[in-house]
Design a protein around this ligand. Structure first.
Ligand code: CP
Length: 318
């Protein structure tokens, strides 16, 4: 594997999950792979899980790790070509990227949608420049339109907890006070569509996702109908995708909060969320604290998904 930004980069999903279980059974079996190799993790945005789990995965593989928070301690970066740089950004990304590539063997990038230009966000302008100019393998630690390390961890978790061959998975929009990117729901949809499992997406009108990610999923505007018989409930907020409302909050309707009453409509479903989660906006206290909540094992699997991806990248460098 050279780069990892979408489900297409992981190849056969069953093989990837099998490899994840092998890595989980022995975290240190591939410690030799990362010897004298350095991972540079670049954060344009905040993180708890991605930062810790990816660093842990790299250490398990014997790598050295450097972490750069671009907005804390580094020069402010200009990202647009052609700009007269007479403002507050002293360095251009087009020099910064190849310089960063000089100091490492692999680069992880977190760069959220900026909501300044839908075209720039959906063309993945930032991470694609890293792929083009760094000279190093690059993997997404959540980019503008996808969060594949999260989706891979979500799939590993579903495979661990499912009790039927083809579970019904429902991804539900839930309210949030701020405008969030579509990266997590886009990516989850992309990965679950690739499994062939029964997949329903439910949200209020106006929150339709990009059709390329919705794929063959059933879209249901009645949340109660969508939840009926679900084996897994995956809650997430996202802002509007469709023009002219791209990146906007259209509703904070708390009747969409995942409560015990909502979960009672399901087939005793497991509750999932990528975290961080706003309690009593996205999900009630009792649901996230219930024995059917698997948000912590889901977060734990972030180490495993990152380790499989790093392992494959390192194997490509041997
Ligand atoms: N789920 C996730 O990516 O968490 P962080 O934003 O804390 O990394």
């Amino acid at each position: 594997m050279r780069n990892f930004t979408t489900v297409n980069d992981i190849g056969n999903l069953q093989d990837a999950v099998k490899e994840a279980f092998e890595v989980k059974a022995n975290h240190f079996a591939y410690k030799h792979l990362g010897e004298n190799k350095t991972l540079l993790m670049i954060f344009f945005n905040s993180s708890l899980r991605t930062r810790l789990s990816t660093q842990k995965a790299a250490l398990n593989l014997g790598m050295n790790v450097i972490v750069l928070d671009v907005n804390q301690g580094a020069w402010k970066l200009e990202t647009e070509r052609g700009v007269i740089m007479d403002g507050d950004k002293p360095e251009h990304l087009l020099e910064a990227i190849p310089v960063m590539g000089c100091y490492c063997d692999v680069i992880g990038v977190r760069s959220f949608a900026r909501f300044e230009s839908k075209q720039d966000d959906y063309e993945e302008k930032i991470i694609n420049q890293f792929i083009k100019y760094s000279g190093r393998p690059v993997f997404s630690m959540e980019a503008a339109t996808r969060h594949p390390l999260q989706s891979f961890a979500d799939l590993i978790t579903i495979e661990e907890f499912k009790t039927v061959e083809r579970p019904k998975i429902v991804m539900t929009w839930a309210p949030h006070p701020k405008a969030l990117p579509q990266a997590v729901p886009n990516s989850f949809a992309e990965w679950i569509n690739a499994t062939g499992y029964e997949f329903v997406i439910t949200h209020p009108k106006g929150y339709e996702l990009d059709p390329q990610f919705v794929g063959n999923a059933r879209v249901e505007y009645d949340q109660d109908k969508a939840l009926a018989g679900a084996d897994f409930v995956y809650a997430k907020n996202w802002s509007a995708y469709a023009d002219p409302n791209y990146g906007k909050v259209l509703s904070q309707d708390r009747s969409w909060t995942v409560t015990a009453e909502k979960m009672a409509l399901t087939n005793n479903a497991y509750f999932m969320h990528c975290l961080p989660v706003r309690r009593n906006m996205i999900v009630s206290d009792d649901v996230i604290e219930s024995e059917r909540s698997i948000v912590i094992p889901e977060a734990a699997n972030r180490e495993i998904s990152a380790q499989v991806v790093l392992k494959r990248i390192l194997e490509g460098l041997q």
